[in-house]
Design a protein around this ligand. Structure first.
Ligand code: DNO
Length: 356
């Protein structure tokens, strides 16, 4: 297991590579070309430039989160083959640059969804939160406003302003796409990219839907144990794997996080580990990583990862805003650094215990 931190690049992130380098045990970053539109080819020169910048800080790129999949691919529009071809070229260029992990999601239109970006917790930290009643009484367009931070320099990953401009049209693309169609489109995409993944040993890691159910009537499929197993079996290739996100997958209390980790052994290529606090069946917020601050047993989660042989990059996930920090919601330095330390501590204890 390698502990990493997500980093958005010097143009977008308030957290610097120097900051990340000073977190004990964090050796790699998970990054992306944030400015790239889904469907666009990434050149080797662009990838090399990212690698040079990260290497100059004494770190390396452990994986890409994300190379986004366009709605044309997700909804099977006429231009999907062109977009898949571009995706393959990007994968080829990443492979040639010695990058072997790519995270993506297959959520239509919206990426992770929250209804509050700065809910105040009892300790006066702020955190992101989701309330189903708030979703039920709003529209996707109003939600976009809620997901837009007041500070215009802070953009929320997955909710870039340019997306809002096309959201009405994009929603319409899914009128005839249900869960079965979405599965078929995912299979089509995976089958097309597996040869290049095999050639360059690129592990594709799909991110579970967040929250793990349909939002605004759009189909969502990466949200239950049954569907995750269906995904890995429908294209039975080790390069077709999962970015297991405990918070996204665990947002549904029906999902047993440690059990599913064990069932997916060998196919989890990347782990996002965070804790949630359920306040009611309709409401959760992101807690500190520590088990006692939220609803998850983080020890059991880490033990399941360890015992199922997980050996890929791991990252702490959505952190609270503490100590006056202002950063991209969920992606400040301090709480994620605390999270990384805690997860490394759990891992060390589990590892040492298992060797006794
Ligand atoms: C949110 C993230 C997601 C994730 C994508 C993967 O914090 O976990 O935006 O990166 O869904 O493509």
């Amino acid at each position: 297991m390698e502990m990493t931190l997500r980093w958005y690049g010097s143009k977008f992130d308030t957290v610097t590579l120097k900051d990340i380098r000073q977190i004990p045990g964090v050796t790699g970053v998970i990054t992306t070309r944030y400015e790239a539109a889904p469907g666009e080819v990434w050149t080797r020169e662009q990838i090399q430039a990212m690698q040079d910048e990260v290497a100059a800080a004494g770190l390396h790129i452990s994986g890409i989160e994300s190379v986004n999949v366009s709605d044309a691919i997700k909804a099977a529009l006429p231009e999907r083959d062109q977009h898949i071809e571009n995706y393959i070229t990007t994968l080829e260029n990443l492979g040639k640059q010695d990058i072997h992990l790519v995270c993506y999601n297959f959520m239509p239109v919206f990426d992770w969804t929250r209804t509050e970006l700065a809910r105040v917790r009892p300790d006066k930290s702020t955190t992101t939160a989701y309330n189903q009643k708030a979703i039920d009484s709003t529209t996707p367009y109003e939600l976009f406003d809620m997901m837009t931070p007041d500070d215009e320099n802070v953009i929320l990953p997955g909710w870039e302003p340019e997306r809002m401009e096309t959201i009405r049209e994009v929603m319409k693309l899914y009128q005839n796409v249900g869960e079965e169609e979405l599965f078929a489109n995912l299979k089509y995409f995976l089958e097309a990219i597996m040869p290049v993944c095999d050639k360059y040993d690129i592990k594709m890691a799909i991110h579970p839907d967040d929250p793990a159910w349909s939002v605004f009537g759009l189909p969502r499929i990466i949200n239950s144990q049954e569907n995750l197993l269906r995904l890995i079996h429908m294209v039975d290739n080790v390069h077709n794997g999962v970015a297991f996100c405990t918070g996204a997958y665990g947002s549904s209390p029906a999902n047993n996080v440690p059990e599913t980790i064990r069932k997916l052994a060998g196919r989890i290529h990347f782990a996002h580990v965070r804790n949630l606090k359920f306040n009611s069946p309709d409401d959760f917020e992101e807690a500190a990583h520590l088990s006692s601050d939220g609803s998850f047993d983080m020890y059991e989660i880490m033990k399941a990862l360890y015992e199922s042989g997980f050996d890929g990059p791991m990252r702490p996930d959505h952190g609270r805003m503490i100590w006056g920090e202002k950063a991209m919601a969920g992606y400040g330095l301090y709480d994620r650094a605390l999270g990384a330390m805690y997860l490394l501590g759990l891992w060390e204890a589990i590892e040492k215990n298992s060797k006794r």
